[in-house]
Design a binder for this molecule. Sequence first.
Ligand code: CA2
Length: 144
Amino acid sequence: MKVLVLNGPNLNMLGIREPEIYGAQTYKDLENLIYEYGHANQIQVEIFQSNHEGALVDRIQQAYHTVDAIIINPAAYTHTSVAILDALKAVSLPAVEVHLSDVSSREAFRQVSYAGMACEKTMMGQGFDGYLQALAYLKEKYGK
Ligand code: CA2
């Protein structure tokens, strides 16, 4: 199966700032972990990161009829972007939301997730492992 992993703004800064919240490993470490898991589990994985809302919307639209499922950490756009929610609804692919931190125990402004409204599952507070849990979930449910 083919899975698109999308990461939103500032996640490319992983390992550089705020290690107490997001950990000490880098964005490259995250990519390597996901690719290795995909390879070991016969999942074709593509990863895309952008700091731009429209670029993420474009990538979701391109996923229509080209991938089997989406994993998305929209980062700050989680809490603001109706455009990303609409794009996820438009392509109507199975989607899982991932957050490195436990957003449920953070600031009030992080308690709404627009993208999450189009996702069938959310992994949060598990760090990098959340992405692997999302891959395992999608493979188990939709794998071919
Ligand atoms: O916990 C998550 O994965 C978040 O999606 C991360 C977002 C935050 O806005 C969400 O509420 C929860 C922030 C990503 C910023 O990543 C950084 C990484 C290193 C240094 C600074 C920011």
